[in-house]
Design a protein around this ligand. Structure first.
Ligand SMILES: [Zn+2]
Length: 704
């Protein structure tokens, strides 16, 4: 449960993250589908962050639009001038607070990469790994001279398949090297025994962002399908395939069949339904057409596991017919196409341009490629992230920031506890359990205590594809090594230089990377009110994921375990249903609504996070009135800080993609819809019947 989604996709590149890794972890923003960015115990005191002296408000008043009333559209009132005067850069699909910090982070990482490259280093050191990897990517002349040659060994694997049974072994190999395949395996904590690591297997296999792109008949999706068909054909042509047009049709049909069989992303939020433990020998009952022995051998899982969690059993049943329906030549074309497509950004310019033309221009309406150095930095960051992160935090993160964050987090947890005590809809029995869960939250701030060790990863000059393949293999071995060992509670799922945050229900932990601890989220020189409205609400958001519709199914030890009384759970569900109905009404683009069920967990987290941050702000005042700064009260500045944190613009095509695939609501909806449920907001800005920001008290949803 992340804070946010793909705000910073590297549009010209597309390489799939192994999606079954960490099925449940929730970030503040969605992590992009491209690999290279484009994802304290509570104490009994309420500490104030700083005395309220000599602090600026932390508000960006130059962007306020007085022509729009705060009572009718709070988000536009706070951000109106910025929205009017800002163009999304030609190489971006969206632009806002998160992107701007991401760009800054890329610049800082670029300096680090350049500095490391100038050092005297020994073979195998992290400086050597970073420098050579980056230099390989930057050597465009060399890559252009090689064409598709670097993929020849992998293409030969496909060419030499002689019968349909062998596609199981190829699927295993391709999923290990990051190529889109009909299904994938990852290693994750057992949802019912969080001390154990198990293998988890789930659906995959599509080249478009979501199954709806294949199945819906809106004009937009029809056009994208026509463009995608041409893209498949062109990709195969570039690789020398003579019957590219015919294969493109067959691949499209194959993927459409996969899309039909897949669970929707709303179904994939139903956690208990994803928990299906199969004995290895029973996989052949699910899909007899798949050679499971070859598959598990190919994943190096034979002998290491006796059982496996299957996320979507009905998908694997349907896949059996899809395997049988398609001939060996069609399967070979499908795998060749995905291999080339997923590796296009690492090949010569004709492949890079072909991929950019479809995935950025046609699919996301992005007009220009990012400069090569930015793509190179993000590639290194996606593979050697903690090597860069270690230098990043030395340069750009202070112990003082960490200390102030710890105080903020303590105050949020304390306010959360008081809020639970005050709930009028929950029994004392369930409150005790909720507070026990709250007491066992753990918190990570800034950067990991133990850094990832990349020694043993061989990065060789002038071998970009080889380096990528070895990196993927290194990662595969790292994941496999977790089986049968105690869970590594020190591991981070994000780099410190990532502008995001997350909650992981299996560890019951909230995590805040160093890079999000910057204005407009966290300003060391600002008065508390805006910090509570921004980073405070983000802390509250992540804590609330422990109590959203999914997180509340897990206990404080990270096990799926119902700790609710039946009556309390019924009341909780009624409240969440009201929130689904509220968000379903939002229509950011004509004909494209917010999906209230898909976004429910994130909407609960925003709703409760902001409410609890407000209470924590009040506690921090210790009974004293907040200072008035530039005529605004503390309460007003708190909500203004929230609204300015979500300032962003997005291209329509990208908005559609996110409405279909992102569990977070669009930023403007996150800002305004959340406010409309907060009664103290009505008091702070005197919102009355007739104002567009007004909801009758009985329609406002307050959960935690
Ligand atoms: Zn979230």
């Amino acid at each position: 449960m992340k804070l946010n989604s793909a705000k910073t996709p590297s549009q010209s590149m597309k390489m799939k993250v192994k999606f079954v890794k960490n099925t449940l972890a929730c970030a503040l923003l969605m992590i992009t589908s491209s690999v290279w960015a484009d994802t304290v115990q509570p104490q009994q005191t309420t500490a104030t962050i700083t005395p309220h002296t000599a602090k600026h408000a932390g508000l960006e008043q130059q962007y306020f639009d007085p022509a729009i009333s705060e009572k009718n559209d709070f988000y536009e009132h706070i951000n109106g001038k910025w929205l009017k005067n800002t163009d999304i850069p030609a190489d971006k699909s969206s632009w806002g607070t998160f992107n701007i910090l991401h760009e800054q982070s890329v610049q800082q990482l670029h300096e680090i990469v350049e500095e490391l490259s100038k050092q005297q280093f020994v073979d195998g050191s992290s400086a050597q790994q970073v420098a050579d990897f980056y230099a390989d990517y930057m050597d465009e002349k060399n890559l252009n001279s090689l064409g598709i040659q670097p993929l020849k060994a992998e293409l030969d694997r496909v060419n030499t398949l002689s019968n349909i049974q062998q596609i199981a072994g190829l699927t295993a190999h391709f999923s290990r090297i990051g190529v889109t395949s009909p299904f994938d395996v990852g290693i994750d904590q057992d949802m019912k025994d969080s001390t154990q690591m198990i293998a988890v297997m789930g659906q995959s296999g599509l080249g478009l962002p979501d199954r709806d792109y294949y199945l819906k008949n809106d004009a937009k999706f029809k056009q994208i399908r026509a463009d995608y068909l041409k893209y498949i054909e062109k990709t195969l042509q570039l690789a020398g395939e003579t019957e590219a047009a015919q294969y493109a049709q067959q691949i499209m049909q194959l993927e459409t069949d996969i899309a039909k069989a897949q669970w929707s992303n709303v179904q994939n939020r139903d956690v208990p339904k994803l928990y299906n433990i199969y004995k290895i020998q029973d996989l052949s009952k699910l899909s007899p057409a798949i050679d499971w022995t070859a598959y598990l051998d190919g994943q190096q899982l034979t002998g290491k596991i006796q059982t496996i969690q299957v996320l979507q059993p009905s998908y694997f049943k349907a896949l059996n017919s899809i395997v049988k329906k398609n001939s060996l030549p069609v399967w070979k074309a499908y795998f060749k196409y995905h291999l080339i497509s997923d590796y296009s950004s690492l090949l010569s310019q004709d492949f890079v341009d072909n991929s950019f033309d479809f995935y950025s221009k046609k699919l996301r309406d992005v007009q220009e490629q990012q400069p090569r150095w930015k793509r190179g930095v993000q590639l290194v960051n996606s593979t050697l992230g903690e090597s860069l992160g270690q230098v990043y935090v030395q340069k750009h993160f202070s112990a003082e920031k960490k200390q102030r964050m710890e105080v903020l987090v303590q105050n949020l947890i304390k306010a959360y506890g008081q809020s639970i005590d005050d709930l009028d809809w929950m029994s004392a029995e369930t409150k005790l359990k909720a507070k026990a869960k709250l007491a066992s939250f753990s918190v990570k701030i800034g950067y990991p205590d133990q850094w990832r060790d990349y020694s043993g990863l061989h990065i060789q000059k002038n071998d970009l594809i080889g380096n990528i393949l070895r990196t993927r293999e290194f990662e595969h071995q790292y994941q496999l090594s977790k089986l049968g060992k105690p869970v590594n509670r020190a591991e981070w799922l994000m780099n410190p230089q990532t502008i995001n945050a997350y909650y992981n229900p299996s560890l019951n932990e909230i995590v805040f990377p160093a890079a999000i601890l910057q204005p407009p989220f966290f300003d060391m020189n600002a008065d508390d009110a805006v910090n509570y409205g921004a980073i405070g609400a983000i802390i509250g958001h992540e804590i609330s994921h422990g109590f959203d519709d999914q997180g509340s199914q897990f206990d404080g030890q990270g096990n799926m375990n119902n700790w609710w009384t039946a009556e309390d759970h019924k009341r909780f569900t009624e409240k969440t249903k009201a929130l689904v109905a509220q968000y379903n009404r939002y229509e950011p683009l004509p004909g494209f609504h917010v999906n209230g069920e898909l976004t429910l967990g994130e909407n609960i987290a925003d709703n409760s996070g902001l409410a609890v941050a407000y209470k924590a702000y009040q506690l921090s005042l210790n009974g004293q009135p907040a200072p008035v700064i530039n005529q605004w009260t503390g309460e007003q500045r708190f909500y203004m800080g929230w609204a300015q944190a979500w300032r962003s613009k997005i291209r329509d095509a990208r908005q559609i993609e996110l409405l279909k695939s992102d569990p977070h609501s669009p930023d403007k909806v996150r800002a305004n819809a959340t406010l409309m449920n907060q009664t103290p907001f009505y008091d702070a800005f005197k919102i009355k019947v007739g104002d567009k920001m007004y909801l009758p008290a009985e329609k406002r949803v307050n959960i935690w």
